[in-house]
Design a protein around this ligand. Structure first.
Ligand code: MN
Length: 236
């Protein structure tokens, strides 16, 4: 019996290879897990639960057929995932951060973008995007308008990423220590930075696991009562 954690698949119609890898992963790996956790940026973009594109429908029906309890957290790309998506797929939406106990061990789950505090420009955008009024206003627009807004936000984000120093795009080490101490957890699991690795955090007497993004490889963390391992497999 194990729990599986994934993030940053950035599922998108233009990457059928990643979609196929995910469906294969569900049928062959995730199906055996006792629980499944998706920690954000599952979709490259989610315009709202009212976007009934054939692509979205196919993902929703694959998720709906899963047998285990399953949980999803917003990322910065798919923060418009809402209640209807959850009802259709059987997923429960988790707030960021969420503190849980797995196998008698406290664990903190995050998407990870809130840890990148040195990127001040992004932190301002993030604060606005998570504001309920901002979401409501966005959802009141037509799907076409939302698609245009999302496209322009992504262009700006790519420009910003190019212009921002690489270390700013990573988590702030002191923020990691602060959050782990405040939440009193020996283990933090997050995605977002696309830098898959298990880090020791001696200042918090714990570890930080960064999930990988799915591109030429797929990544997942598997945890059971004996511990955890960060695993990858090729996407051809
Ligand atoms: Mn992200």
């Amino acid at each position: 019996m194990s729990y599986i954690f994934i993030s940053d698949l950035h599922l998108d119609e233009t990457r059928p290879d990643i979609t196929q890898a995910f469906l294969h992963f569900l049928e062959n790996t995730a199906v055996n897990a006792e629980r499944l956790y998706i920690l954000g940026d599952f979709f490259e973009v989610w315009l709202g639960d009212d976007d009934n594109s054939p692509f979205n429908q196919s993902i929703i029906s694959a998720l709906a057929s899963l047998p285990m309890p399953r949980f999803i957290m917003h990322g910065n790309r798919d923060f418009l995932i809402g209640q209807r998506f959850c009802e259709q797929t059987g997923f429960e939406l988790l707030t960021d951060p969420t503190r849980l106990t797995f196998f008698d061990r406290p664990v903190l789950l995050m998407h990870g973008d809130s840890l990148c505090t040195r990127d001040e420009e992004y932190m301002k955008v993030r604060a606005m995007a998570r504001y309920p009024d901002f979401k409501a206003e966005l959802l009141s627009k037509s799907l076409e308008e939302r698609a245009a807004i999302a496209a322009s936000a992504r262009t700006q984000s790519k420009d910003h990423t190019r212009e921002t120093a690489m270390d700013i795009m990573d988590v702030t080490p002191s923020e990691v220590v602060k959050v782990m101490r405040e939440q009193e957890v020996p283990l933090l699991i997050h995605g977002h930075t696309h830098r898959p690795q298990v880090h020791e955090v001696p200042e918090a007497r714990g570890q930080r696991v960064v999930l990988g993004d799915w591109n030429t490889k797929g990544w997942y963390l598997e945890m059971d009562k004996s511990g955890f391992s960060l695993q990858s497999f090729p996407i051809s």
